[in-house]
Design a protein around this ligand. Structure first.
Ligand SMILES: Cc1cc2nc3c(=O)[nH]c(=O)nc-3n(C[C@H](O)[C@H](O)[C@H](O)COP(=O)(O)OP(=O)(O)OC[C@H]3O[C@@H](n4cnc5c(N)ncnc54)[C@H](O)[C@@H]3O)c2cc1C
Length: 277
């Protein structure tokens, strides 16, 4: 196996143009598990860890957004200024694996793997994040809804590096929560992000469908039923949870049953609508 080590996004794009079959490695917390189990045998690896620009983040006051480099580890997202600006993303980051996993794992890797159980993905869906990609042919930006196209499938081309993600900064409440078989070090059996953006409720669900699902009917119900989104009644929150659960499309698998997942997503929806963060 050859390991290619670029020091800039441009250099990584050039390497990927020359080696289209090469596999990108960032934190390695997904890929190395696959390699160790012989599920993947890459001939060549493009290691992104030495590209400092992938760990940059910045805000843009004019658009009210934050752009976070795809190579910034969760440990830098779960606390500090980023956590203040995008609290739901920090909550999601805090639930990923262990401190060791969060020191190495990245949002770029979560997007690269694109599992319906990926913890950052419901946040990116609810906040309608933009995913930025770069290849030798140029840069392009894709709404998250068009990026994730199936379970563990995304619209990234083989020669593209995921460079960053742009999210809105909103003063309104947002929250992320997940259910698993224990309290920590767990892949979700149901996960959800609730956010109010421009006075409009948004609710995205993970692990209960082939991709991250938006509960559009539940969102529309809440927007019309609640006179104050910061003070939602128990009755309205329960109905919101019931509708969201009805919009989920879970399956039975080794982690849980479809029935339990549907129940869990309804509970998460109700609780997040009531409390947010
Ligand atoms: C013990 C353990 C616990 C875990 N717990 C959780 C959890 O609770 N929640 C959760 O969501 N995940 C969990 N994971 C999975 C993993 O940590 C995350 O998905 C993490 O975000 C992967 O990031 P990474 O940088 O390590 O990705 P890598 O393993 O380096 O890469 C993953 C995939 O993305 C591609 N890729 C990586 N970066 C880029 C890029 N910039 N551009 C294009 N493609 C790229 C790679 O080619 C590969 O296909 C866990 C893993 C382990 C081993």
């Amino acid at each position: 196996m050859s390991v290619l080590i670029p020091h800039s996004i441009l250099e990584a794009s050039e390497i990927l143009a020359q080696h289209p079959a090469a596999t990108i490695l960032n934190g390695g917390t997904d890929l190395m598990v696959e390699v160790n189990f012989n599920h993947r045998r890459p001939d060549s690896i493009v290691l992104l860890r030495n590209i400092a620009e992938l760990r940059d983040w910045s805000t843009d006051a004019a658009s009210g957004t934050i752009t976070i480099g795809a190579g910034l580890p969760y440990a830098a997202i779960e606390k500090g200024e980023i956590a203040r600006l995008v609290p739901a993303l920090a909550q999601a980051a805090r639930t990923v694996g262990s401190p060791q996993i969060r020191a190495a794992g990245t949002m770029g890797g979560n997007l690269g793997t694109c599992s319906p159980a990926g913890d950052t993905l419901p946040v990116l869906s609810a906040l309608e994040a933009i995913v930025h990609l770069q290849s030798i042919e140029g840069a392009r930006s894709v709404p998250f809804a068009d990026f994730m196209v199936g379970p563990k499938r995304n619209s990234r081309q083989p020669n593209e590096v995921i460079t960053a993600v742009t999210l809105p900064i909103t003063e309104q409440r947002q929250g992320y929560s997940k259910v698993g078989v224990r309290n920590a070090m767990v892949i979700s059996v149901a996960s959800a992000c609730f956010a109010i953006v421009n006075d409009t409720p948004r609710f995205a669900m993970g692990s209960v469908g082939p991709t991250i699902l938006r509960a559009r009917e539940a969102e529309a119900y809440l927007a019309s039923a609640a006179s104050n989104l910061n003070d939602i009644t128990e009755e309205i929150a329960h109905e919101f949870g019931r509708i969201a659960a009805s919009e989920s499309r879970p399956i039975d698998d080794h982690r849980s049953t479809a029935t339990y997942r549907k129940h869990a997503i309804g509970v998460l929806a109700t609780r997040l609508a009531l409390k947010g963060i």
